[in-house]
Design a protein around this ligand. Structure first.
Ligand code: HAM
Length: 449
């Protein structure tokens, strides 16, 4: 409670959060794993600005998409430019491709990125206003092997992190040639059901009927069951491409299910679209009162996509350039971190320091301040507590972190250029002259596995 007359402490903006050190360990594990995998497949990292011209997103994402209609953070500069905090990464990668003449680079150009994106969403489970993504893009290739590679890289990242029941939901939404006929059929179907559509979908019917397939309202979900399916309308080229993508997934043993109603929130997609989910098999506690829903059950009720992506052969054209076949996808970092914690997936053990540096007195503290860097130069992992002066306290900390060797510097050692090396397991200690310290310490550590 805030006391009268006291100012309330400033908090982080709604939907934006701090990532504390314990969380950053998950963040690091995810990005390190993803990076290792995509670098193996020949992707290189790109960094683009967090702020772009708002126009970059308007047409490619779709004037009628939720992100453009209500979720973009835009602002005018003093010079009058309309800029936006980037809501996603793909359009910016396309811009960079054109801006830096990447068409003259060896094709395809395979890029990856990680960082923050911004959408003014209603904060709820798995939805933040600032969130992070690890994304990959393969530019300049129409072969279905690239669609499958994007999916495989994201799938393998989740697998490597320890997720078990990973399922890729996949669909083809056709291209500019075959999609219009499907959209027309879909409009006809929903026009007949107009009165049952939710308020937003009544509007979506006029703007883009395919967005109705993505609606989360119960009545619209029910209506979807009888709606026409894109797969029936695919032209031969799109059919062959989709079959090709699925064959590569089969070959790699990647589990997938055809989701005939999967559409994505942005207009730039064509042909392959996919989302990756982790199917939950955690047991639900039985001791619940009647009518009570377990928190785990609530979470299970609405699975959220951990990753999503697809092909976007028309994006460059939407930006005013020549068509460029391309495909890719992105992992939602916060969502994956949340699931890792919920499913208690273990983090890889962090290397623990085996040496603890103890100092007693002002001269010893100065010597230790420098000795720490000398130990780092020798690649010896050391912990210390330079702000403490008491021997017993520091020995206790050394025991607590399970250090195998303590280096003790007192006034005498600081003066004569030596260090006391204490074997923490056996309680035996010896004085070592500074010149011999690293040699003796390394030999000692070799005996401590
Ligand atoms: P997206 O599906 O909008 O696609 O986002 C990718 C992933 O980011 C989602 O699957 C989800 O895990 C996470 N995500 C999205 N919005 C939020 C949010 N508000 N809070 C937390 N996590 C979120 C894209 O952004 C495309 N650029 C992906 C792509 C790359 N397509 C082709 N290449």
């Amino acid at each position: 409670m805030v006391q009268k007359g006291k100012k309330e402490m400033i908090r982080s903006p709604k939907g934006m959060h701090d990532m504390l050190p314990a969380d950053v360990r998950y963040y690091d594990e995810l990005t390190r794993t993803a990076r290792e995998i995509v670098e193996y497949y020949g992707f290189s990292e790109i960094k683009t600005p967090h702020v772009e011209h708002a126009e970059l997103f308007l047409r490619p994402l779709g004037e009628t998409s939720d992100v453009v209609q209500k979720e973009m953070y835009t602002f005018r500069t003093k010079g009058g430019d309309l800029l936006a905090l980037r809501p996603e990464g793909t359009a910016a990668i396309m811009r960079a491709f054109a801006e830096h003449g990447m068409a003259s680079w060896p094709q395809p150009v395979k890029l990856f990125y990680e960082g923050s994106f911004f959408r003014h969403e209603n904060p709820q489970r798995g939805r933040y206003r600032e969130f992070r993504q690890f994304g990959i893009e393969i530019l300049g290739d129409m072969d279905p092997v690239s669609d499958a590679l994007s999916i495989k890289a994201l799938y393998l990242t989740l697998l490597e992190l320890g997720f078990k029941n990973i399922m890729v939901h996949i669909n083809s939404i056709g291209n500019r040639d075959c999609r219009p006929a499907y959209k027309k059929e879909l409009s006809n179907y929903y026009r007949k059901k107009f009165n049952y559509l939710c308020k937003n979908c009544k509007r979506r019917l006029k703007e883009n009927p395919m967005r109705i397939l993505d609606c989360k309202e119960a009545t619209c979900i029910e209506l979807k069951a009888q709606a026409p399916q894109m797969i029936e309308y695919l032209c031969d080229g799109c059919k062959t491409h989709f079959r090709g993508t699925l064959e590569f997934l089969d070959e790699a043993g990647i589990p997938y299910m055809l989701d005939n109603y999967l559409v994505r929130g942005f207009d730039y997609y064509s042909r392959t679209v996919f989302e990756i989910f982790v199917e939950d098999d955690a047991p639900i506690p039985k001791e619940l009162k009647e009518g009570e829903v377990a928190p785990e059950e609530k979470e299970r009720a609405a699975p959220i996509a951990l990753a999503g992506g697809g092909r976007y052969d028309d994006l460059m054209m939407l930006l005013g350039g020549k068509p460029l076949p391309a495909t890719g996808g992105g992992i939602g970092i916060e969502r994956v971190m949340h699931e890792m914690k919920r499913l208690s997936l273990p983090l890889k053990a962090k290397p623990q320091p085996k040496v603890f540096l103890i100092q007693i007195g002002p001269a010893a503290k100065k010597k230790s301040f420098v000795l720490l860097d000398k130990l780092r130069d020798e690649h010896i992992l050391v912990d210390s507590s330079l702000s403490r002066d008491n021997l017993k306290t520091q020995l206790n900390i050394a025991a607590k972190i399970e250090a195998r060797v303590a280096l003790i510097v007192g006034q005498k050692e600081a003066m004569e250029g030596s260090v006391i090396m204490r074997d923490m397991d056996e309680g035996i200690q010896e004085t070592v002259m500074d010149q011999k310290l690293f040699e003796k310490l390394k030999a000692k550590l070799k005996t401590k596995k």
